[in-house]
Design a binder for this molecule. Structure first.
Ligand code: PHE
Length: 486
């Protein structure tokens, strides 16, 4: 029998948990700083209102209306769209394979934080001692066993969290959403009271309005919103399908989207105030010490943690605990959406699906635990987000806006909500979002025609990028063609 959310809070927290992830801490503040500081909030809010929230409403409404996981719900709009749903989930699966490895690093670093094993040279520690990074993607080198162990722990945690589907997820998210929020606030409080904090915050937020004239800044805003809200993966659609019949749609979409955006904004305070402190202590300008992604979390933060005037031990542990709890509910939302879809269509046993998923994804994930793992992670991440996710976003809008009665979806959403959305929603789904995201997609294609991603070789780009996308299309078609059981 299908498991439903036990309460509205469970659903809202699960959806927020999926949205709030590493991206809020290590991506948003950096993109904001790079794209005009405080001025970036304008394109960001525009993207949130014109594309993020409308798509969230779309995913919730379609999932709820048909009360089926993404591929089957989309298949109800028009048969062939089921392929789109499977493809979306596969992109999510691709992300889960490496997201779990990052969690595995965080598990290791949680251990290291007990004695700050990273020492003074955090850069050398992370790249040379921990990852033992090789020269290039094609030099795989051996699996690093401690990272693989972290990966195993992560998959055990994921499987435990989705053990009985929505029933367990609905309980786990109370912890995985509230704990990182709480820790984040601790870091904001700690950060802003450090010397130099103000200088860091100035870098974060001083508006540079001329950035708004650069179309790439706008594109960054849209891609950040998509990534951050976890839309375009079929996850939110699937989560909404577990809602009881009389649940609200529009309010929840606003609530979750705004909570995610607010967390990213607040995350910037934690990050930039501590970067200001770092600059202050080393005498370097803030612009020299800003980093994003793994560099920020595993190189810069460990250094700052060592520098803190007191409580390094506690802050170190808290920091990696925050990363783990932030990330894990994003990771398991991807897995749960995939698992629920397979179970619904093929009537496989949940326990088999859960464990099978973990084994397959864990084995694929071993690639990222080799010495060239970070390179592959980088390439796959870029392709999943810029080719997988964007394509799904566009096609979902096209599916509803052009091949279905979009008014019907809007009316459905409104019938379920105490405040209603107007025709602007139709406009956004039919024209605005597909056009803007289409432009984003085209700039990416042009960039890739000009040069391979990130300075890697074309061969590495092919294996980590194009081949993965092609494989996902093929698997999506197979899953679509394969007869389900009723
Ligand atoms: N929304 C997550 C974040 O902000 C990113 C994510 C997207 C994670 C999709 C998993 C899947 O970090």
């Amino acid at each position: 029998m299908k498991e439903l959310w036990q309460s509205r809070t469970s659903f809202v927290l699960a959806s927020i948990g999926s949205a709030i992830g590493l991206g809020n801490i290590w991506r948003f503040p950096y993109v904001c700083y790079e794209c005009g500081g405080g001025a970036f909030l304008i394109p960001f809010l525009v993207a949130l209102l014109t594309a993020g929230i409308p798509l969230m409403v779309l995913e919730y409404s379609v999932g709820h209306k048909f009360s089926k996981p993404a591929p089957l719900a989309l298949g109800n709009l028009k048969k062939g769209f089921e392929i789109l749903g499977w493809f979306a989930l596969l992109v999510g699966f691709g992300i889960a394979t490496y997201y779990a490895v990052i969690m595995g690093w965080a598990f290791n670093y949680l251990g290291y934080s007990f004695n700050m094993a990273w020492g003074d040279n955090t850069q050398g520690f992370f790249f040379d001692q921990f990852l033992k990074i090789s020269e290039s993607p094609m030099q795989l080198g051996s699996v690093q066993w401690m990272i693989a162990l972290g990966l195993v722990l992560t998959w055990i945690a994921i499987v435990a969290a989705i053990w009985k589907g929505a029933k367990t997820v609905g309980k786990v998210v109370y912890f995985t959403v509230i704990i990182p929020w709480f820790i984040l606030l601790v870091f904001v409080a700690r950060g802003v009271t450090l010397p130099g904090a103000l200088e860091g915050l100035k870098y974060y937020l001083t508006p540079n309005f001329s950035a708004l004239l650069n179309y790439r800044v706008w594109l960054h805003a849209y891609s950040q919103v998509f990534f951050s809200l976890t839309i375009g993966f079929g996850v939110q659609m699937t989560y909404a399908s577990f809602l009881p019949r009389d649940s609200d749609v529009v309010n929840n979409a606003f609530l979750v989207s705004l909570a995610d955006a607010a967390t990213a904004f607040v995350g910037g305070f934690a990050v930039f105030s501590t970067l200001g402190y770092y600059a202050n202590q080393t005498g370097l300008p803030v612009s020299e010490v800003v980093r994003s992604g793994p560099q920020l979390a595993f190189v810069t933060y460990p250094t700052i943690i060592r520098m803190l005037p007191f409580g390094s031990l506690v802050f170190g542990i808290l920091f990696f605990l925050m990363l783990l709890t932030l990330g894990i509910d994003s990771a398991f939302s991807l897995v749960e959406a995939g698992a629920a879809s397979l179970i619904e269509k093929f009537k496989w046993k949940r326990i088999n699906v859960n464990i099978g998923f973990a084994i397959v994804a864990g084995l694929i994930g071993l690639i990222y635990t080799t010495r060239s793992g970070l390179y592959w992670l980088d390439i796959v991440d870029y392709f999943m987000n810029n080719f997988g996710l964007l394509v799904v976003g566009i096609l979902m809008c096209v599916a509803v806006g052009w091949f279905y009665k979009h008014e019907e979806i809007r009316e459905y959403a409104n019938s379920k909500s105490d405040f209603t959305i107007g025709r602007w929603w139709d406009f956004s789904i039919k024209y605005l979002t597909p056009i803007v995201v289409g432009a984003l997609f085209i700039t990416n294609v042009v960039d890739r025609v000009k040069a391979a991603y990130g300075g890697y070789s074309r061969i590495a780009e092919f294996f980590g990028g194009w081949l993965v996308i092609i494989a996902f299309v093929v698997v999506a078609v197979i899953l679509f063609k394969k007869k389900g059981r009723t």
